[in-house]
Design a protein around this ligand. Structure first.
Ligand code: PLP
Length: 461
């Protein structure tokens, strides 16, 4: 079977472009497709014989295309999804075309170099130490896992224990102190690392979900002096956008020699914009940082960044080598891309991150962050003007709206989803079901925000 590869790639690009051009328009943001119908459309027995690649792509587009969720469009306000900047998307296509394996500088010098450069740009933009190591993970969860593994290595080494060699059985007990409003992925990371989620000593939060530093000091002081300790802080509460007060958190942690990990999956991008940087002041004093590229930076899924101020701990927790791995693991060499993440072979995630940063530049990243925050405020004000109570202090890009009770919240969210103008979900905050919206897509306009406000007010009835 011969294929006209160029024509095939052009066809795939056309399909993708046509899909994306329609996103700002009137097609429902969520198609409401039923899983069994999709499985049937895609399924059946695996054919015995090969199929022409051009036909394969048409079959895929016909079956999956009508069921795609408009997460890349301007009015998807659920979770914190982001979109894809044009250069990042095109670079992602190239990444597949080039098929580079970002293991080390032998498997792909280009992939290794681009991660070094893009990682450095991120450190610069976020005001983090220039010597920090940056691992390109699958996302925020992956970054939390890697950073907590580096933390585990470091605090146990400080207690005279080599966790990489000897594991946790018999190790000194590690204290993990974390805000009660931490993201659930921190708990999953603690489970995966053998700490268990019950290890967490919770710290109280203020009304908007930011850690109370006085309570952090109290919790830290309550434990045994000199115990190996990790403090997990957060920039960007997923329900409210609140950011923990990092100077106070780092002051308290320093008194106990604790490692500070900052989960800033989306919120740490606040550091890149003058209007929001004060929210995360002091973030640079942490020991490790988890941040996503696929959310607020608008890089296609999937990419997160595990950043660590202690390169030796980072590499000790993640690195490995073997005799056949040419050009890898020699003493004295800088860490390779695979020394900083749990994967061995993996996609060259640096290309789209580099392209996103190169497209936006410093001012473009700041504009993107500020624009999303101003969309959140506009959305909140629009709802307030329609008589809806806003339940959070809209400090960043997330809005919580009170529709008057749990049942009206669920009913309104379902009606908004049915209406299709936008998509958002409900959450529980301080015991109440609320409507939740997050703004993180670079293509959202003020007109989109106004359409979303109208959709919610219509749905409320
Ligand atoms: C604060 C926080 N941490 C971690 C994550 C997990 O990120 P990811 O979905 O990229 O794994 C999220 C996701 O929204 C988040 O908001």
């Amino acid at each position: 079977m011969t294929t006209d590869l160029r024509a095939l790639l052009h066809r795939a690009a056309d399909l993708a472009a046509t899909y994306r051009e329609a996103l700002p328009g009137d097609t429902p943001v969520h198609p409401g497709a039923k899983l069994p119908d999709l499985v049937a459309a895609l399924g059946g027995q695996l054919p015995q014989q090969p199929t022409d690649p051009a036909e394969v792509i048409e079959l895929l587009a016909d079956a999956a295309g009508p069921a795609l969720v408009g997460t890349e469009g301007p009015r998807f306000l659920g979770f914190v999804m982001g979109g894809s900047l044009d250069a990042a998307l095109a670079a992602d296509v190239l990444t597949s075309g080039w098929g580079q394996v970002a293991f080390n500088a032998v498997t792909s010098p280009a992939a290794a170099a681009v991660e070094q450069v893009a990682g450095g740009w991120v450190l610069d933009l976020l005001g983090l130490p220039a010597g920090a190591t940056v691992g390109f993970t699958t996302g925020g969860q992956g970054a939390n896992n890697v950073c907590l593994a580096a933390a585990r290595n470091h605090v146990l080494a400080g207690a005279g224990w080599n966790v990489e060699a000897d594991g946790l059985a018999g190790a000194p007990r590690v204290r993990v102190v974390a805000g009660e409003e931490r993201h659930a992925t921190v708990d999953r990371g603690l489970r995966l690392l053998g700490f268990g989620s019950a290890v967490v000593e919770p710290v109280a939060a203020d009304a908007n979900g930011a850690m109370d530093p006085a309570d952090l000091a109290r919790v830290l002081a309550a434990g045994p002096a000199g115990a190996p300790t990790i403090v997990c802080a957060q920039a960007g509460n997923v329900n409210t956008g609140a950011c923990d007060p990092m100077h106070a958190v780092c002051d308290a942690a320093a008194e106990h020699g604790a490692w500070v990990h900052l989960d800033g999956a989306f919120g740490l991008w606040a550091a890149a914009a003058p209007a929001t940087a004060a929210l995360v002041a002091g973030a640079e004093r942490a020991d490790s940082w988890a941040v996503d590229a696929h959310k607020w930076l608008n890089v296609p899924y999937d990419t997160g960044l595990a950043i660590c101020a202690h390169p030796d701990a980072h590499r000790a927790a993640m690195g490995f080598t073997a005799a056949y791995l040419t050009g890898h693991g020699e003493a004295g060499t800088p860490p390779a891309p695979s020394d900083l993440v749990p994967e061995s072979s993996r996609r060259a995630r640096g290309f789209p991150v580099w392209a996103a940063l190169r497209q936006l530049g410093r001012s473009g990243v700041a504009d993107l962050v500020q624009r999303c925050c101003s969309h959140a405020r506009r959305f909140a004000e629009g709802l307030q003007a329609g008589g809806v109570t806003i339940s959070n202090d809209v400090v960043l890009n997330v809005v919580l709206a009170d529709l008057g009770g749990d049942e009206p919240a669920e009913r309104t969210v379902a009606a908004v989803q049915q209406d299709g103008t936008c998509w958002l979900g409900a959450t529980t905050w301080q015991g109440r079901r609320l409507l939740r919206a997050a703004f993180s897509n670079a293509t959202t306009t003020e007109a989109d925000v106004d359409r979303c406000v109208d959709a919610v007010l219509r749905a409320r009835g």
